[in-house]
Design a protein around this ligand. Structure first.
Ligand code: AHG
Ligand code: MN
Ligand code: MN
Length: 331
């Protein structure tokens, strides 16, 4: 979609959004988040790696970087004039920015995912979910855009507004210029990224992993959700999962600002994202910080995981309850 005569590498983020006829306010919002990432890069490179002396509602010690990244994004969104409500991993509740919803957007974000990896110099990222209007507590299929910025050896930005997934790289002028358009994920992968503890895997997940290993699928896991997903996306195949574990049926990752945006991007690239039984984007959030298990990446690999879970882990009690209520009413 680059303009004739311009090589696609000269297409910067704002031009790409314009050429794809993305709504002006949404274009402005995505560009503001991209701008904010430049200050987050600076804080990662130079910032204090210590603790902020505070903790988020998970009781996790907030690193100075988590809080700093959160403040940088919050300020940008606050002054953008196109945002209605925001919430983040570092906030206890939704923060209203503007009372009118018309033409505005609401943003759920993880300002610095994998922040504990910074002090061992591994890649980290910012994850953003964008919905139209004021409602942030809705199923992920209502998102209008999603994006992440990956602070790795190179800084890259990946976004989708529902018309394919596109990757940008930060150049020496700190501009994001187009690297790849319409990224696609093949149905079957050759790498897997297994989160959580293997000794806590359920029989279904354990059998799924063994089937991958029997197929010679390689293990690639960095411990950072953004680089691990980016690897599946940019290699064009593979599966990431952070499953339900014995003792933690909801796994670890948060639906609103980690799973929904990544599920939006991966589905836009032709992949799939499930909690092991249900499509991630169809999950109705019951709490702004709700968690869910996740299996995300190549469609056939996600379907295989679901099959093992269905066969060996049975159906969730909640589904059984629903069935028995339904059976009771129909009998
Ligand atoms: P965050 O740093 O925002 O809390 O997220 C960390 C997440 C995610 O990056 C990754 O997939 C997962 O933690 C790794 O968890 P384990 O260390 O339990 O594997
Ligand atoms: Mn996170
Ligand atoms: Mn985080």
């Amino acid at each position: 979609m680059a303009e004739p005569g311009k090589t696609k590498f000269q297409v910067d983020l704002r031009r790409h959004l314009r050429e794809n006829e993305v709504d002006d306010n949404l274009t402005h919002l995505i560009c503001e988040i991209a701008e904010a990432s430049k200050y987050i890069i600076n804080s990662i490179r130079t910032g204090d790696l210590g603790v902020a002396g505070t903790s988020n509602l998970y009781g996790e010690q907030q690193l100075a970087l988590d809080v700093l990244a959160d403040r940088i994004l919050r300020k940008r969104l606050d002054h953008s004039r196109v945002v209605a409500n925001i919430m983040s991993e570092e906030m206890d509740e939704i923060i209203p920015i503007s009372p009118d919803c018309e033409g505005k957007y609401s943003v759920a974000f993880d300002p610095l995912d994998g922040s504990s990896l910074v002090d061992v110099n591994l890649a980290v990222g910012t994850i953003v979910s964008i919905s139209a209007g004021c409602d942030l507590l809705q199923a992920g299929r209502h998102q209008v855009a999603a994006m992440y910025i990956l602070y790795g050896p190179r800084t890259t930005l990946v976004y989708s507004t529902g018309d394919g997934v596109h990757e940008f790289g930060m150049n020496n002028l700190m501009e994001y210029t187009l690297l790849r358009e319409d990224i696609r994920i093949e149905p079957k992968g050759n790498l897997y990224s297994p989160g959580g503890q293997r000794n806590l895997y359920t029989p279904g997940v354990e059998a799924f992993v063994s089937s991958l290993e029997d197929r010679g699928v390689k293990l690639r896991y960095s411990g950072g959700f953004v680089p691990d997903i980016n690897q599946v996306l940019l290699k064009g195949r593979g599966i990431f999962f952070y499953p339900h574990l014995n003792g933690s049926p909801k796994g670890k990752l948060r639906l609103l600002f980690e799973l929904n945006p990544m599920a939006f991007l991966v589905e836009q690239a032709g992949g799939a994202a499930s909690d092991g039984r249900t499509r991630i984007l169809d999950l109705e959030p019951d709490h702004i910080h709700g968690r869910s298990p996740v299996f995300i990446g190549s469609k056939e690999d996600v379907a295989l995981a679901e099959e093992y879970i269905r066969k060996l882990d049975g159906v969730e009690p909640s589904i059984v309850e629903k069935k028995s209520k339904k059976q009771a009413s129909s009998s």
